[in-house]
Write a protein that binds this ligand. Sequence first.
Ligand SMILES: Nc1ncnc2c1ncn2[C@@H]1O[C@H](COP(=O)(O)OP(=O)(O)O)[C@@H](O)[C@H]1O
Ligand SMILES: [Mg+2]
Length: 506
Amino acid sequence: MSGPPSTASSPSSMDRSTAGDEVGRIYGDVGVGEFKLALTRPLERGEYLTVKDDRGKRVLCQLTQLERKSDFGAERARDAVAGLASTEVTDTLYGRAHVIGYRESGVVEVPQIPFRPASPVFTADEHLIGEVLGLHKSDKTAAYIGLLRGHSLRVELDINSLVQRHLSVLAKTGAGKSYLVGVLLEEFLRHNVTCVIVDPHGEYGSLRYRTDRTPKDPERFGVEPAAFRDKITEFSPDTTLNKEAKPLTFSLKNLDPRELLTFMGFTSVRSYVAPLKNLMELAAQANPDFSLKDLVRLAHAQSESEGNVAYEALAERLEYLDETKLLAPVGTSLHEIVVGGKMTILNLRGVAPDIQEIVVTRVLSSFFEQRKRNKIPPLFLVVEEAHNYCPQQGQAISSRILKTIASEGRKFGLGMCIVSQRPARVDKNVLSQCATQLILQVTNPLDVKAIAQSVEGLTEGMTEMIQSLPIGTCLVSGGGFHSPLFCEVRPRSTRHGGESVNVIPV
Ligand SMILES: Nc1ncnc2c1ncn2[C@@H]1O[C@H](COP(=O)(O)OP(=O)(O)O)[C@@H](O)[C@H]1O
Ligand SMILES: [Mg+2]
């Protein structure tokens, strides 16, 4: 449809050189952002379409709803069961499409005049899709996470914006979160991005090894097996269980009474600060390199001489802390944990939840403080099972530092990826700071609602589709793309550490 618009003219077929096949026509009342179309061949929900507007601009649209209407009514259906009616059906496909827009001078514009009824609708070609959605990134900063669903266009996230604007990976358990985070981390390893992973299940150590699976569709995805042994260091408070890890310890000497109380798991510290300070002073007088055992002994002695119940409580918690072996004469240095261009895994497998919270609090707080002073390189932090470390309801001592990093981390080059199987249970203040969301299948109604509320530009159709996504397909929202899109996650180059376990061997 070129030339000046005329209200009387009915749109004829579009010139085929500029688009894919004609798949239908617009009918009925047409809105600015949405239209109905009668389809001449079956398409899948989510497919990209194009329509020319009055100025001849090719506008990208997306099929959001589909319905097959037929002359096969309830009565005929009942008759057919009794063998009284034929099951020959005449049916027609109808759909609804959402108008995404066209790109002009780098900006996506949405036509402000509704398309004309009877306008032909075509499948969109990949050039137009890539241009309007903003799929092409600079190689230097691009993290390739997969292909646009049903196409061969690469979905790439800009690593710099991820670090500056945070990210969340949300889905029900088993939907492929850790696999996808593994894909992202492979890209970070390739680009020498400094990162630290809070890994409660010890899943990410497998990034050291090449995948032992034959990659799916190697030509389509273009993924080669790879290993990153030299770029990964693992630390754990429990090196008996996690044999590939170096010990993660904290130095007693560097802790003040308040910090030590946090390590001991006290949530309310007020009545214990003075007695513990007293114990630490007494211990230091006797031996500047005092140990936890010295403090326990002194706490028992003070409890007997002063009859103060606080000392007994302190003795008990100090003993427990000593058993965890979390404190050592010389603790792990932050400079060992954060190494420029390398990845560090904090493997917390087998560590009690309260101790995990303390470790996360302590390590993340030092990251934040040291980043403020530029003493460590800018880094990207991955927090798996984030609902445990910053819950929406209930308390976790790590909540405060996670909220601080979520709201202020970007100023200091401290980016964060929040991973959770229960989006509704993650602190809303933290989730709302994530500018990019990767969402795999979610079915729990509360989680679906939490996502619908926190993801911008999500249409009703997309919210429905999230509930039936196959494993390995994710919705990407934000990430510099003009509108949310579906992505088939690329296969891993490295081994996935979170394989589902069979109860009965097969
Ligand atoms: N993109 C994918 N391609 C192939 N298999 C996948 C993909 N994503 C997940 N899987 C498989 O699905 C299972 C669950 O994935 P996982 O990432 O561990 O789930 P989650 O972390 O969400 O609980 C794993 O066995 C994994 O191999
Ligand atoms: Mg997982």
